[in-house]
Ligand binder design. Structure first.
Ligand SMILES: *[C@@H]1O[C@H](CO)[C@@H](O)[C@H](O)[C@H]1NC(C)=O
Ligand SMILES: *[C@@H]1O[C@H](CO)[C@@H](O)[C@H](O)[C@H]1NC(C)=O
Ligand SMILES: *[C@@H]1O[C@H](CO)[C@@H](O)[C@H](O)[C@H]1NC(C)=O
Ligand SMILES: *[C@@H]1O[C@H](CO)[C@@H](O)[C@H](O)[C@H]1NC(C)=O
Ligand SMILES: *[C@@H]1O[C@H](CO)[C@@H](O)[C@H](O)[C@H]1NC(C)=O
Ligand SMILES: *[C@@H]1O[C@H](CO)[C@@H](O)[C@H](O)[C@H]1NC(C)=O
Length: 477
């Protein structure tokens, strides 16, 4: 080793903070894929919003990713459950999320982030589209991008959630949704160190579902990389209400018609919420079907929801004001279903699916008469282009931190009432995402050594200047 090289290495080691990071996921054709290994990522996820949207108070300093003690407990339980993705609906972009996000990163869990919130000026108002599509609104959603763009486990942003929730809103909202998608993607292209996908989460309104997907996933003028095109399409679906025989339910739930709707999709489609609770406890017998033959056109889904809200009976875990938590039977049932999945098969790429070209937008793609078929999008509100060109003022930008505590300190009880002992997160090596069955999958051929060896992304901080170096090699720590 030359002296110069040794010196450089020594400086790097001196200033480097070792933060293992999941590999970025990108959209490739109709799949989410690991940008390094090209393995397909099927979303095995849960919605994560303590207290529901009613529990979100801006200015309180609290949101779902603000308290590391709670995130550590939840990440440990989610790691055991086998999820690889969480969806978070309402976040305060001004507060610090570093510890929570770093905990989820450490156990190989990605995040899908909603940029909108129920607060004033933080979402499009279908009754006042022109007024609500404002500079203030864009400043808010860009601030969410700023807060999450620096984390490697940010999988994507939902630019909209159920904005078209009636046949009527399908007549007016679509051009605005594409405009918001365009603005978000232009902001990311200009201000983010990497591309982060932007998509939509649709309400299950049968009359307009196909049109919504067709409208959002085409390219205007056939323009490649049209920024107003959605990168993915989520569907909130509650139609499979088990248990009957899976075969009977495949038809009864309407899952069979999803193939005719989305079979030739050019972008990833997944359930952005699922888990009908009309029959309790839930047995989740849709899971083997969703991750079975539906993987030819679907990329998994997110179970609604991790936390039990006041008697909504959608939760997997109950938590109480005395800081104890208890797993519900739904948690056990879902875990059993996840444990049956063949992860290796799920990760193998489907090259034929990814080769489907995105269609050129045209009125002929839209089939119902009331649905908007105009691709003339509203132009960006005056004053907002400068936000894109120069970035918003005083952004709060998150970054990974080292996770030192791994043991869960809050009591958690099993569904049967016994205290869980030694509950902890088990940080995964660099390139792994969490998988069911207590095992993680490594894509890379990393030879194991008696010490920790890793090839990956290392944050290097040199006298205030922060750079990222991709270093192939083994560091014996
Ligand atoms: C985090 O949550 C725990 C458990 O509810 C609580 O004891 C603690 O005070 C919270 N920490 C902060 C910083 O709010
Ligand atoms: C919403 O934005 C408008 C301008 O677009 C502003 O006048 C109003 O004060 C904002 N409301 C809130 C609650 O921030
Ligand atoms: C489409 O939506 C825009 C914006 O809401 C509206 O101005 C226009 O009239 C609608 N066009 C059609 C053909 O529905
Ligand atoms: C998928 O599986 C379901 C349930 O087993 C079956 O009814 C259906 O025909 C299958 N669909 C395809 C496209 O293979
Ligand atoms: C791959 O995708 C094509 C096109 O969507 C589909 O016909 C085929 O069944 C898929 N194969 C697998 C193994 O999922
Ligand atoms: C915490 O509260 C729950 C619900 O009220 C109760 O069932 C449980 O026994 C309490 N646990 C402790 C340790 O106080």
């Amino acid at each position: 080793m030359s002296r110069t090289f040794s010196l450089i290495l020594a400086i790097l080691l001196l200033y480097a903070t070792f933060v293992s990071a999941v590999q970025n996921v990108k959209v490739q054709g109709a799949d989410f894929v690991n940008s390094v290994t090209s393995n397909r990522l099927q979303i095995i996820g849960v919605a994560y919003q303590p207290g529901g949207s009613a529990g979100f108070q801006e200015g309180s300093g609290i949101d779902p990713l603000s308290n590391g003690t709670l995130c550590l407990r939840d990440a440990a339980l989610m790691q055991q459950l086998g999820v690889n993705t969480i969806r978070i609906y309402n976040l305060d972009p001004k507060i610090n999320h570093d510890l929570c996000v770093s905990i989820f990163n450490a156990v190989g869990i990605y995040m899908l982030i909603d940029v909108n919130s129920p607060l004033p000026n933080q979402s499009l108002d279908p009754g006042n589209l022109e007024g609500s599509y404002s500079s203030d609104y864009l400043n808010h959603i860009f601030s969410v991008v700023e807060a999450f763009k620096g984390y490697p486990n940010t999988l994507g942003f939902f630019g909209g959630n159920e904005n078209m929730n009636t046949v009527g809103t399908g007549g007016t909202v679509p051009p605005y949704l594409r405009a918001v998608t365009r603005d978000l993607k232009n902001y990311i292209a200009k201000n983010s160190p990497r591309t982060i996908p932007v998509g939509y989460s649709a309400a299950d309104v049968a009359e307009i579902l196909t049109d919504s997907w067709a409208y959002l996933s085409c390219n205007i003028n056939g323009q490649a990389n049209d920024p107003s095109r959605s990168d993915f399409f989520g569907l909130n679906s509650y139609t499979w209400c088990g248990p009957t025989s899976p075969t009977a339910n495949y038809q009864a739930s309407g899952y069979d018609t999803l193939l005719s709707t989305f079979g030739d999709t050019s972008i990833p489609v997944f359930f952005s919420e699922y888990g009908c609770n009309k029959v309790e406890p839930r047995v989740f017998d849709e899971v083997p079907v969703l991750y079975g033959n539906m993987t030819s056109f679907m990329s998994g889904g997110l179970v609604y929801e991790y936390y039990e809200e006041t008697s909504n009976n959608f939760g997997l875990v109950s938590f109480y004001s005395n800081d104890t938590a208890q797993l519900l039977i739904d948690y056990d049932n879902l875990q059993k279903q996840f444990n049956t999945l063949n992860i290796k098969a799920l990760q193998s790429m489907n090259s034929s699916a990814t080769s489907i070209q995105s269609p050129k937008c045209s009125t002929s793609l839209i089939s119902s008469s009331g649905f908007n078929n105009s691709f003339n999008l509203p132009s960006i509100p005056s004053g907002a282009q400068t936000l894109i060109d120069h970035g918003i003022s005083n952004p709060n930008q998150g970054k990974l931190v080292t996770v030192t505590d791994t043991a869960v300190t809050l009591p958690v009880y099993s569904s049967g009432g016994t205290l869980l002992k030694n509950l902890a997160i088990k940080p995964l090596p660099n390139d792994e995402s969490n998988t069911p069955g207590g095992t993680s999958t490594s894509s890379g051929a990393s030879p194991s050594t008696s010490k920790k060896g890793a090839a990956g992304r290392i944050e290097v901080s040199l006298g205030g200047a922060v750079g990222t170096a991709f270093i192939m090699g083994y560091f014996f720590l």
